[in-house]
Design a protein around this ligand. Sequence first.
Ligand code: TYM
Length: 327
Amino acid sequence: MARVLSGIKPTGKLTLGNYIGALRRFKDYQEANETFIFIADLHALTLPIDPKELRENSIDIASFYLASGLDPHKTTIFLQSAVSEHAELNAILQNYLYMGELRRMTQFKDKASKMKDEAIGLGLFAYPVLMSSDILLYDSDIVPVGVDQSQHVELTRDLVRRFNARYGEILKMPKAEVPTTGAKIMSLSDPTKKMSKSDPKGDIFLKDPMSVVKKKIMSAVTDCGSEVTYDPVEKPGISNLLTIYASLEDIDVKEAAKVFVGYRYGDFKKAVAEKVVSVLEPFQQSYQEIKDGRLYEEALKEGAEHAKKIARKTLTKVQKAVGLLVL
Ligand code: TYM
């Protein structure tokens, strides 16, 4: 049985990009694998965040996990901060990733470029070390993520090679699994940019009212011409909408393009909006019920207990390997 691990950072409102690139795929792993899905709340502290907002976002993600079909009897769902082994492994592994490598990370460069040097926390710079710790603690084989996180998984692989070359076969080699369609959903207002939690313009949030979802899709930026064809370079707007449709319909994007041959842009957008609403509406209802009934609480408590057992084993193995005295 393979081990699968992934997580989402509770920094802002979850987007349709998070849903398509990651969240909706998690449940597909839980039948045939041992699956660990967590809330990366320590990662959320790497940029300034209001404490109340962080708590609310964490509850939202837990509720969205359950609403997406993750079954706590099959998948271990937990808060990163509730399993202290993440921070403990981080303290060891930070010595095996180097400044030059961390400085080259696209996510860091993007975020740091918008900030003054004095405002960039050490945690933001060292972010990939904690992410590697998350992955390696559970001997994960597969890490389902969107394209923007695959560089961090690659760095984790470098770390495993480096660490194992020095200490023997201690850490398990993980692999990122990126979806063939929908690995990078773009903004509806600027289809050359990624849809992201920190950029509210042109993003569809999972908590948006359906009327807003429809409006955002109907006013999505489109391209010259009038035919609905898949061409991310010449027609990034239309291609993004086709990708959203194809992902939610579970078909290939080329197949989706065939469905819309002869459609005008307006009718095409209407069909995409209907598709998105048909998925998000019941999802939102279920999320609300779970949240109101606090159904996430027990799942998170039990999940953390189980996660801790597995994580402790790996941590002890690593502590011994590097020469820490474990009594
Ligand atoms: P985060 O919270 O930024 O994003 C969660 C997941 O959503 C994917 N994603 C997208 N996919 C497609 N299109 C988009 N526009 C889009 N935007 C985001 C991300 O690729 C991700 O899979 N560092 C991680 C959280 C994390 C983690 C881990 C993930 C911490 N430790 C260990 C896996 C394994 C993050 O910030 O994701």
